[in-house]
Ligand binder design. Structure first.
Ligand SMILES: *Cc1c(COP(=O)(O)O)cnc(C)c1O
Length: 383
């Protein structure tokens, strides 16, 4: 498929203004609704978004939070996980995944990943279970579901909860079932660069468990039940936080939610286009397991001489990112934990080769073809 790379195009990672433009009138109307309501602290927008989001996922309960990071922390607190407990997770993720475990006082136990999806290896997780293990915290890396079949079997064998870090996998499916329906608690981020981006910070936890939902509702709002009934008594049920989804973000998210399915389909189409443009090259394109549906928050390939290839792409106008390299166990903040190079070989092998390409509704077919052709040329040494 000879696509010309002679004419330079810019292929940015994100373009928030372009993505906002077609929805601007609706977003402004939503903002005006919040301003006119006068209900800024405990209004109707957050509960309305929570109901709509739960419905979109297909679960009974969604709890809006102030971020994906807060969603993870609230989920662990709702499970009463704390000091003395262990949570098994992977070191090739956002720092929030491991930081949330530390924030509740528990120990994060890292395990290596599977070579194809780069998601938590269920066999490695099984080998890491101890009497202190309380939960598995898999990440659906880049939008490909973790192996929930094997992980749920492992969790059932040992009586563990599963907290899914689904911050990258909104809309993905495992064996036909949507992410959000496969774990005890599933955590989402609505950071501006995620599938469903707020205009600030936002997140959510979804669950089928009514008791956990009620506990999370209290935890995010100072430990009390939702709302402040000025005439009722002040009853504090939990050692609460202030991690609520705010009314303005909830209104923005409600406005964007109806377009989410089309945006995800658009990501999948762009991924297929990349796949066609990179076929027959030495670029390892993302693996999609049988039965899995990838929602492509990131389109991450593996290449040799990654840093050189990356420079060539940058010079040609193609933005790239390195999620997540170096991995968490090699970051200075976690040096005191004592893991050096070689601790998680599959994570490290990928970290040296991974290259995230721009993907999202802001990109045209021409931009995708240009990025793919530029990358194909670069790995052939003709860049
Ligand atoms: C974005 C992200 C988070 C954190 O979400 P925030 O909304 O930025 O706090 C956690 N885990 C993963 C895998 C993410 O991509």
């Amino acid at each position: 498929m000879p696509v010309s790379t002679a004419t330079r195009l810019n292929v940015p990672m994100y373009d928030h203004a372009a993505m906002t433009a077609p929805r601007k009138a609706a977003l402004l109307a939503a903002l005006e609704r919040v301003l006119d309501s006068g209900a800024i602290g405990w209004g109707a927008e957050a509960p309305a978004f929570e109901a709509a989001f739960a419905d979109w996922i297909g679960v009974p309960h969604a709890i809006g939070t102030n971020s994906g990071t807060a969603a993870l922390e609230v989920a662990l607190r709702a499970l009463r996980i704390g000091p003395g407990d262990e949570v098994i997770t992977a070191p090739n993720s956002d720092i929030a995944t491991t930081a949330a475990i530390h924030m509740v006082g528990a120990k994060a136990v890292w395990v290596d990943v599977e070579p194809d999806t780069l998601n938590m290896d269920p066999a490695a997780a099984a080998a890491a279970v101890t009497p202190r293990t309380k939960a598995l915290l898999p990440v659906d890396l880049y939008g490909h579901p973790a192996d929930y079949g094997a992980l749920n079997a492992l969790a059932a064998r040992h009586g563990l909860a599963i907290v899914a870090d689904a911050c990258l996998s909104l809309g993905a499916r495992f064996d036909g079932r949507k992410i959000g329906t496969l774990a005890t608690l599933s955590c989402f981020s609505f950071a501006p660069t995620k599938h469903l981006g707020a205009y600030g910070s936002a997140g959510a936890v979804v669950t089928a468990d009514a008791e956990l939902a009620r506990r999370m509702q209290r935890l995010i709002g100072y430990g009390q039940d939702r709302g402040r009934d000025a005439t009722g008594p002040l009853v504090l049920h939990e050692a609460g936080m202030n991690e609520r989804l705010d009314e303005v973000q909830a209104a923005m998210l409600r406005t964007k939610l109806p377009g989410l399915a089309a945006d995800i389909a658009g990501r999948q189409q762009r991924a297929a286009r990349y796949g066609a443009g990179l076929a027959g090259t030495d670029v390892r394109t993302p693996v999609v397991r049988p039965g899995a549906e990838h929602s492509y928050r990131n389109y991450v390939v593996l290449v040799e001489d990654r840093d050189l290839v990356r420079e060539t792409l940058a010079a040609a106008g193609v933005a790239t990112h390195l999620a997540y390299a170096p991995p968490l166990h090699l970051q200075p903040v976690f040096a005191p934990l004592g893991f050096g190079a070689g601790a998680f070989p599959i994570v490290e092998h990928a970290a040296e080769r991974l290259l995230g390409l721009p993907i999202g509704p802001h990109l045209s077919a021409e931009q995708i073809d240009y990025a793919a052709a530029t990358l194909a040329d670069a790995v052939r040494g003709r860049g």
